[in-house]
Design a protein around this ligand. Structure first.
Ligand SMILES: NC(=O)c1ccc[n+]([C@@H]2O[C@H](COP(=O)([O-])OP(=O)(O)OC[C@H]3O[C@@H](n4cnc5c(N)ncnc54)[C@H](OP(=O)(O)O)[C@@H]3O)[C@@H](O)[C@H]2O)c1
Length: 218
């Protein structure tokens, strides 16, 4: 028995990844801050055993509590760290709370959830960190977002080396723009309908995910 946990599974790429990876797992566990959104994803998986739990990955206490619950109730073998936020524009215009939200969510939250899962995995497990091409190179008006994704890349690459040769396999996924709610509050992308669908990107990530440490979908 195996169970996959996906963060940020109530929309966008997280929802698409839950669908794409569902064929490989007996149970799918959807995490996010809004149960309503998670239940919409669950409806798309009528033939699977799907469970939803609320989690704000900015809270260390919530992460520790929920991770204990998940490992006591489900045969958890894999985690996709997909939850993330983005704020864009010149750094001189960016309020500190937006910078903090990106670092707390994209970096701190992902690191703490990964740490909690690594403590629970019993010698075998899989973690995919959803990063971005913003973790590969700097971009205009994306400085603080890129900083958060570069941090996640360093974290992921280091763990890949640390866990090499063990039964725990980690990888980072790097993709370009997608048409998701991520851009709803932003003018950074003028016409998001020109971006690729998260379903297409999720299927591509799934098809390239053969244990390699970097999954690049440009
Ligand atoms: N869209 C793009 O062009 C693009 C490109 C490259 C990489 N990415 C990355 O892809 C990932 C998914 O983004 P997306 O495009 O699918 O955007 P999205 O639809 O906005 O999805 C992000 C998800 O993260 C969840 N989330 C945000 N803050 C959270 C928190 N504190 N705790 C728990 N969950 C939280 C949100 O759910 P709740 O609000 O319900 O919690 C949401 O479902 C992100 O890491 C993003 O950086 C996106």
């Amino acid at each position: 028995m195996t169970a996959l946990v996906v963060t940020g599974a109530g929309s966008g790429l997280g929802r698409s990844l839950a669908l794409a990876y569902s064929k490989d797992f007996a149970e799918i566990i959807l995490l996010g801050r809004s149960t309503e959104k998670l239940l919409e994803t669950k409806q798309l998986l009528p033939d699977k055993q799907v469970f939803t739990y609320e989690l704000d990955i900015r809270s260390h206490a919530e992460i520790e509590r929920l991770t204990d619950t998940l490992f006591s109730r489900h045969p958890v073998t894999a985690l996709i760290n997909n939850a993330g936020v983005g704020h864009f524009g010149p750094i001189t215009d960016m309020p500190a709370d937006q910078i903090k939200e990106m670092l707390d969510t994209n970096v701190f939250g992902t690191i703490l959830l990964t740490q909690a899962f690594l403590k629970h995995f019993k010698g075998k497990g899989k973690i995919v960190n959803i990063i971005s091409t913003a973790g590969l190179r700097g971009k205009v008006n994306e400085s603080a977002y890129c900083a958060s994704k570069f941090a996640l890349r360093g974290f992921t690459e280091s763990l890949v080396k640390e866990y090499e040769g063990t039964g725990i396999v980690l990888s980072g996924a790097y993709m370009g723009g997608m048409d998701t709610p991520f851009w709803n509050e932003s003018n950074h992308i003028k016409d998001k309908s020109r971006l690729r669908s998260p379903d297409v990107i999720a299927e591509k990530i799934y098809s390239l995910d053969d244990g390699r440490s970097e999954i690049i979908v440009e």
